[in-house]
Design a protein around this ligand. Structure first.
Ligand code: NDP
Length: 402
């Protein structure tokens, strides 16, 4: 039993907090703290109505860019673990506050400076020694991708292979929300990710591609054939180091034609830029303005139908023989909405976030320092995925991506 402090109260946090309340035997106290306290209060009301008073829920206002405010909050709340579900820009300030208050830390996305669209683990890995010395754990990337994809990789290595040589991570969202253009999670983060150059890891080095340059079609189980495009993705960096014998890792995400057409047009007119411009005497960032006019991802829940299929295809060796193996999860947007009032993108991230916080908090995954998720024993996480709403499936004879 313990107390979690969740920072952020957006799409992913809402699902993670629902799951913490469902798992109230482990999380008997939850503090929800975010920039806009009214959102935390509203969620608390929904939770108490849906589940009754099964655990204690408190709310607080915090600016997670301020280490000082975070430290004051942590000293008051005294959490056993902090679950960071704000934006990637706040990772370092929250890690600083955790160090000062000696509280373990969990997040779902690696740090990215607000003014440079470049995500890398180097900033967070620099905290290793300090976390070790403080005797606290930082678990990095406990969402789906990164997150479950790293757990799948560790599981495949532990149970199916002597050596993994190739990993293809396939992220398919076949959900339809009926809008010509909307993003399924924070539009600013999403558009920064997909308009950046692509890259993959091969023979110990990065190979860079133009945005959306590499396209493949894959016939996804329970979903059907979809166009998918190679993107850079943060887990490639840590898996390239943590999976011995790896020769190549690629990440593909599906996009519909309408999404890509709109994105290209928005790019062409400068709306996806993160360079501030002067507008009517005020500095504005075009991408942040775009975010303000796009549908709020939280509003997509009731209108999104269809499924997601996210997983990893592994190729490697077992007992001297070549072997292929596919681990994946299929999640239904409407089922998620019925259960927790959110679509599957928030659901597939929020559930692993709760599981990561649970395993760190209850000591199953306690080792002082800063670790990526694949550095822990995957078995308890795999078991929890089945229990908490993201059951996984496997295939020993998958179609491969060329
Ligand atoms: P949202 O924009 O829906 O939510 C972000 C929340 O953080 C909001 O409640 C926002 O407050 C709050 N916030 C932002 N800035 C601050 C601040 N300075 N101080 C306090 N609170 C702040 O985002 P999502 O829920 O979609 O995403 C949350 C995280 O999950 C992101 O880091 C994203 O990259 C990550 N993610 C990870 C995935 C994975 O599979 N690993 C997949 C999808 C997302 P306010 O309400 O006031 O705006």
């Amino acid at each position: 039993m313990g107390k979690v402090l969740v920072i952020g109260c957006g799409g992913v946090a809402s699902v993670a907090i629902h799951k913490c309340v469902q798992n109230h035997e482990v999380f008997n106290e939850i503090c929800i703290a975010s920039r806009t306290k009214s959102k935390c209060d509203k969620l608390k009301e929904v939770l108490e109505k849906q589940y009754g008073n099964v655990c204690k829920i408190t709310t607080a206002q915090v600016d997670a860019n301020s280490v000082e405010q975070l430290v004051t909050l942590m000293k008051e709340v005294k959490p056993d673990v902090v679950l960071n579900l704000a934006l990637p820009y706040q990772d370092l300030t929250i890690m600083d506050a955790c160090l000062e208050c000696r509280v373990s830390y969990v997040d779902t996305a690696n740090y990215e400076p607000e003014d440079t669209a470049k995500f890398e683990y180097k900033w967070q890995w620099e905290y290793r020694e300090r976390f070790e010395k403080a005797g606290i754990t930082a678990l990095l990337g406990s969402g789906f991708d990164p997150g479950v994809t790293g757990v799948f990789s560790a599981y495949a290595l532990k149970h199916e292979f002597d050596e993994i040589n190739y990993i293809d991570i396939l992220d398919c969202n076949a959900g339809d929300h009926g809008y010509p253009f909307a993003t399924n999670f924070n539009p600013e983060i999403n558009i920064r990710e997909v308009s950046a150059k692509g890259s993959y890891w091969e023979d110990g080095r990065w190979v860079e591609t133009e945005p959306m340059e590499i396209k493949r079609v894959y016939d996804f189980p329970e979903v059907g054939p979809k166009d998918m495009y190679l993107l850079h993705h943060e887990e490639l960096e840590s898996l390239g180091i943590n999976i011995p014998g790896i020769k190549r890792i690629r990440f593909f995400m599906t996009f519909g034609e309408s999404y890509l057409r709109h994105l290209k047009c928005l790019e062409n007119v400068g709306m996806t830029s993160i360079e501030p411009i002067e507008f009517e005497g005020k500095q504005i960032v075009p991408l942040q303005f775009l975010k303000a006019v796009l549908p709020d991802p939280a509003s997509l829940g009731p209108r999104t139908v269809g499924k997601t299929n996210i997983g990893c295809i592994f190729q490697g060796k077992k007992d001297g023989k070549d072997k292929t193996y596919y681990l994946y999860n299929v999640c239904d947007h409407q089922e998620c909405y019925k259960e927790v009032g959110s679509q599957a993108i928030s659901y597939t991230t929020g559930v692993p976030a709760m599981i990561g916080a649970m395993l760190v908090m209850n000591g199953t995954w306690k080792k002082p320092g800063v670790y990526n998720i694949e550095e822990f024993d995957p078995d308890p996480f795999m078991e929890a995925l089945n229990k908490w709403g993201l059951p996984w499936q496997e295939s020993h004879n998958p179609a491969l991506v060329d």
